[in-house]
Structures are given as C-alpha cells and as structure tokens.
Ligand binder design. Structure first.
Ligand SMILES: Nc1ncnc2c1ncn2[C@@H]1O[C@H](COP(=O)(O)OP(=O)(O)OP(=O)(O)O)[C@@H](O)[C@H]1O
Ligand SMILES: [Mg+2]
Length: 453
C-alpha cells in the first residue's frame, strides 16, 4: 500500500525543508519498489482464471493505474483526493467481483475489497475507516439481491458472508490502529525536528550575541579608559578658557566670546564623558530597604524641575501596600530619572505620563513593578530591539546611554527592565525589583515585549 505524500506535511524552510525533502525522496523510492510488487501481484491475478474475461483484465489494469496515480490524485485534490481514491477502489472492486464469478457474491476475488478498506484505514481515523468499510461491505452485499433471486439463502451462506464482512472490519481496524500510531509518531518527530531547529537558531543567535558582547565589552573598557583620561585635560581647558574669558572681557570682546564658546562646549563634552563613565564604571551598590514610591517621587520632582518644554501631566497610580524592596536609592533614582526624562522628551507636544507602582510577581519571584507609560509616539519598531544598547539614540542631542545605564543598574539589582508591547500609543517601560530574600537569578534584565501588538 502506498504511503500518501500528504502525511509528510509541507516543508517550510531551511533544514526542515531539506530533511523533509530527503524523507520524501526516500519514500518515493520505496513507493516505486512497492508499486512494482503491486503490479506483479495484479499480473498474478490477471493470469488466473477467468483469463478470457476481458472486463476483469481491464478492471485489474484500472486498479494498477489508480494505485500508481493515487499520490498525484491526492496532491491534485488535497481535501477530497483520499475519498475519491477509496471510492474508486470500492467501485473497481465491485466491478471486478461481478466479472469473476458465476454469481458475483461467491467470487473468489472478494478479498479485493481489502484494498479500499486498508486504503481508508491508512488515510482516515477510526470512524472514517468504519464508515468506508461499511460502504465497501454494503457494495459487496449489494450482490446478495441478484443472488437470492436465483438461489436459496442458506444459514451457512449467511455465516460465510458475515465472516467475510467481519474480516473486512477486522483488517480495517488493525491497519487503522497502526496507521494512526504511525501518523502520531510522524507528527511527533516533525514537532521535535521543528523544536530542534528553533533551539539551534536560538543558539546561533546567542553565540552571535555573545561574540558581539565580547567585542562591546573590550570596546567599552578601552573607551572608559579613554574617557577617564580625557576628563583631566578637559578640566584644564575649561579652567583656562574661563580665565581667558575674564581677562579679555574688556580688552578683546571677540576673543572673550570665543573663549566662552570653548568653555560651554567643554561643559557639554565633560557632561558626556561623565555620563559615559557612569555607564562604564563598575558600580558598588549600597542597598537598603526603601519604599520605591519615595525614590520615584524624588526622580519625578527632579525631572519636572529642570523641564522647560511643553506641559506634561503626571498621573500617579501607586498601590497602597507595596512592600519596601532592597535598593540603592541613588542609582535607582537615576533609573527613574532616565525613564521619566525619556518620556518627557518623547512627548514633544505635551502629554500624559502615567507612573504605576504595584506589587508584582515575575518568574515566581515577588517584588515591585514600576511602569512609565507615556502618550508620545512610542518607540519605533526598528529601534525596539536595540534601545537598551549603548549609543543608540534617535535624538539630535542624545548620547544614547540613558537606557543602557538603566539596564545596567536594574541588572545589578537582579531586577528586570522591559519595553512593553506597543498598544497603539506611546511607550511603556516597566522595571521590576525583587523583594528581599527572593531567589532571583541575575538573569538578563532587559526584554522587549513584541507580542500582543
Ligand atoms: N518614552 C519613549 N518614547 C519613545 N522613544 C523612546 C522612549 N524612551 C526611549 N526612547 C528611544 O530610545 C532611545 C534611547 O534612549 P536613551 O535614553 O538610551 O538615549 P537618549 O535618550 O537618546 O539619550 P540620553 O543618553 O541622553 O538619555 C531614544 O533615543 C528614543 O529613540
Ligand atoms: Mg534618555
């Protein structure tokens, strides 16, 4: 019996596709070998009496052709092809026994009905097998009517007929059991292969990321050293520029103005270097139990105080019974300042910043979650994966270190930082700090929630 290509499933891509292609080829090889055997058996039936019965030979030929083309028939009619194949086999079997016996129902070729029965058992589930076996049996029994017109129906004839039909069902059920099991195994292997492929891809991705992290770490060390060395001469330049500015104030106003440019640019450079060193410098946390709300409040006040842009409405949603968590309050204030600052800067036409604090649980670890949700344009899709990396910025005057610093600090607290899936408007960042004594692993703290768009 041929195996249907439909069981093999559609090859999707890559290795899986080639694996399935290989399987298909293998099966096709077996298929042709089995088909030769098939034709040999049919030829055997053809040379057995009644040899001169031309109809019988044609029907056997038709059965052979159907067997050879069954795969194509099913590929051509993916939904109904299997039904057609079984139905055609029942029709051919019924015709065959009509042309191979004096009285059709007594034809020695009746086992030809095993063909549609076994085919149905392979293609369908238990119920489909039973229904098709019943149809095949009914087709066979249809010859009972002309037979009883001529002969008397004896008890032994009824017994014989019942035995034959019961054997049809028996064969159908047994083959179906194995076929179903076989299909289940195939599906399981397919799923395993897919799972394996996914894991492989993830592993490759992790390897690429690890190599990138190594390069970044080396680069980070180098630049931190460089930044540190730049800071001292910057101090000297700044001091000298200021002195020049004072000295030349009256005698040479142009030179004094130029000196003031030097001084203000040095200020900018020095702020940048300080920010970079904040990021690169190893941090020594001094954690103590703190109320997250207090730290958040301080950060919000600090950001609002130096904000000169359009009006931003801050909405606070703090849960009452949020437990204190171990925090380094200065570092955490930096976390919240950066998140609030980003939200303020994102809402160029003003808007609403909602800050939520609540008790939460992540990966079976209890703690506190703080969410900053704004009504700005949100984080562009192409930036979502990268914004936690250093020097990723979409702002003209941005350094791109804010979220990298946040991520590092949250990591050091064994917490988690997440950019929530965009829900249409604005960006929503959530920070999770575990409670004291929670067995939180220092797992990767940053994540981008992509689903739920
Ligand atoms: N609330 C937000 N809404 C929209 N985009 C945001 C938001 N927060 C961060 N981003 C995006 O992420 C990028 C990185 O932010 P990050 O704070 O790391 O750097 P930055 O704000 O550009 O510079 P700085 O180092 O001065 O903070 C931003 O440039 C911006 O594109
Ligand atoms: Mg920022």
């Amino acid at each position: 019996m041929s195996t249907s290509p439909a069981f093999i499933g559609e090859a999707a891509s890559g290795k899986r596709a080639s694996l399935l292609h290989f399987m298909t080829l293998r099966e096709r090889e077996q298929f042709s070998w089995m088909d030769l055997l098939w034709l040999a058996f049919l030829a055997g039936l053809a040379i057995l009496p009644p040899i001169e019965e031309i109809h019988k030979q044609f029907i056997l030929l038709a059965i052979g052709v159907l067997q050879l083309l069954e795969g194509r028939l099913i590929a051509y009619f993916p939904t109904r092809g299997r039904h057609y194949a079984v139905l055609l086999k029942i029709l051919l079997a019924t015709l065959l026994i009509d042309h191979t016996g004096e009285v059709a129902i007594t034809s020695s070729y009746y086992p030809i009905y095993y063909l549609p029965v076994v085919t149905a058992a392979i293609y369908f589930g238990p119920w489909g097998t039973l229904v098709w076996t019943a149809i095949a049996s009914a087709a066979y029994c249809s010859y009972l009517y002309p037979a009883i017109q001529q002969y008397e129906l004896t008890t032994s004839a009824i017994t014989e007929l019942t035995i034959r039909i019961l054997f049809f069902f028996l064969a159908g059920v047994i083959v179906n059991r194995f076929a179903v099991e076989n299909r289940r195994q195939t599906r399981r292997y397919q799923m395993l292969a897919e799972e394996l492929e996914k894991t492989n891809r993830r592993l490759e991705q992790i390897q690429v990321e690890a190599r990138r992290s190594e390069r970044l770490a080396a680069l980070g060390q180098l630049s931190a050293g460089l930044a540190h060395e730049i800071r001292n001469p910057l101090g000297v330049i700044k001091g000298s520029a200021e002195m020049l500015q004072q000295k030349l104030q009256d005698s040479n106003p142009l030179a004094s103005e130029l000196a003031s440019y030097i001084s203000s640019e040095v200020n900018r450079l020095s702020a940048l270097v300080t920010r970079f060193l904040d990021f690169a410098r190893p941090q020594h946390l001094e954690t103590a139990m703190h109320s997250v709300a207090d730290v958040v409040e301080r950060a919000l006040k600090a950001v609002a105080a130096q904000w000169t842009g359009p009006a931003i409405d801050v909405e606070r949603k703090y849960e009452f019974d949020v437990p204190p968590v171990p925090l380094d309050e200065n570092f955490c204030e930096q976390v919240f300042i950066n998140l609030a600052q980003n939200a303020y800067e994102a809402m160029t036409d003003g808007g609403n910043l909602r800050v939520t604090i609540r008790a939460a649980q992540r990966d079976h670890v209890r703690g506190v979650e703080v969410q900053f949700s704004d009504t700005g344009p949100g984080v562009p899709e192409e930036l979502r994966e990268q914004i936690f990396n250093p020097f990723v910025t979409s702002k003209k005057s941005g350094v791109g270190l804010g979220l990298a610093i946040v991520s590092k600090i949250v990591d050091d607290h064994h917490g988690a930082l997440r950019l929530e899936a965009s829900s249409g408007q604005g960006a929503c960042f959530s920070v999770f700090f575990p409670e004291a004594g929670s067995a939180a692993e220092p797992s990767p703290s940053r994540a981008v929630e992509i689903s739920g768009e």
